[in-house]
Design a protein around this ligand. Structure first.
Ligand SMILES: Nc1ncnc2c1ncn2[C@@H]1O[C@H](COP(=O)(O)OP(=O)(O)O)[C@@H](O)[C@H]1O
Ligand SMILES: CC(=O)N[C@@H](CCC(=O)OP(=O)(O)O)C(=O)O
Length: 289
């Protein structure tokens, strides 16, 4: 009996948070490193289904860097990155389309259904909601090939799904508004574009580390609250490197564009998503202006 009362208390405690976020959109970016971990992914998706059930509007944007690299290597194509973006020739683009916009996108959606929720895959193979243009970095970066940035998001399609209790699942590819080509987009920047277009309350990046660290390999050096200025300095100093650079840059750009809260959290920590939403202190790193 005592245990049942305790459980009821927990539900009542959650009521304030549920009210606060009910009807609001949270964009959840699933990193490719996390998609490799089947158990962790299932736990996250259960949290996502819970959020949807209590009236929040979760929207998933996912990457798949690791799986793309593995598939390319199988075909004897050597992956190449410039400023955190994959150089994408036609053969690489075909692999990205098959693995990211096809297999992984279907896998995440099917897992949601398998766990009792309703998911809808929105990719270039089904219903595309991301439109864009070729990404031009500085001269030094050279031509990245079929790499894009998102310039427009079909908000109505995504909102329509949320109204009918479905979780939209969006891979990071867009269609070029000029010539209709399919373009490979860094998933962190795609999540940023979606969060901005939807006027999301929150953008949460789920990765395979506990947050942004002062020392990359030391989990105890996690920074709970990171200002824009400090983040830029850490990138300059080289303390933030590799895949964490586009993620932090996307966080900073998102804050400038009116999304209330941006977090980087560890997707392999059980219930990290709910802890982030339902606890006052939160988990991981919160980016602040
Ligand atoms: N300062 C830092 N703090 C935490 N992680 C860092 C830092 N600098 C670089 N990283 C690396 O960034 C990685 C996360 O980026 P990435 O591999 O692109 O993840 P995802 O697939 O989730 O997008 C971590 O696994 C870590 O190795
Ligand atoms: C242009 C570009 O770099 N696209 C990325 C898209 C996937 C991605 O970003 O996946 P993660 O979230 O796992 O990093 C790529 O090809 O790897």
């Amino acid at each position: 009996m005592q245990e049942a009362i305790q459980k009821a208390n927990t539900l009542i405690e959650a009521m304030g948070w549920i009210r606060r976020f009910r009807g609001k959109t949270t964009v959840i970016k699933l990193g490719g490193s996390l998609l490799e971990n089947e158990i962790a992914l299932q736990h996250i998706l259960v949290d996502v289904i819970f959020m949807e059930t209590v009236g929040m509007r979760p929207v998933i944007v996912h990457g798949g860097g690791k799986a793309i690299t593995a598939a390319l290597e199988k075909q004897g194509i050597q992956p190449q990155f410039v400023q955190g973006r994959r150089v994408t020739d036609a053969a690489t683009r075909d692999v990205v389309r098959t693995v990211l916009a096809g297999e992984l996108n279907e896998y995440v959606t099917q897992q949601i259904e398998y766990l009792g929720g309703r998911g809808m895959n929105l990719s270039v193979h089904t219903t595309n909601v991301l439109h864009g243009k070729r990404l031009m970095l500085d001269d030094e970066a050279g031509d990245l090939g079929f790499v894009g940035e998102v310039t427009r998001v079909d908000r109505q399609v995504i909102d329509g799904l949320s109204y009918t209790n479905q979780v939209p699942v969006i891979p990071s590819m867009c269609v070029d508004e000029n010539d209709g080509e399919h373009l490979n987009v860094n998933a962190d920047t795609a999540a940023m574009a979606v969060a901005q277009a939807l006027g999301a309350e929150k953008l949460i990046f789920l990765s395979d580390v506990n947050g942004v660290r002062r020392e990359k390999d030391n989990p105890d050096s996690i920074i709970n609250s990171l200002t824009a200025e400090e983040a830029r300095q850490l990138i300059k100093d080289g303390a933030i490197e590799g895949g964490m650079i586009p993620k932090v840059e996307a966080c900073l750009a998102t804050l400038q564009r009116g999304v209330g809260k941006v977090h980087i959290i560890d997707g392999s920590l059980r219930h990290s998503l709910l802890l982030e939403i339902y606890t006052t202190s939160g988990v991981g790193t919160q980016l602040v202006p």
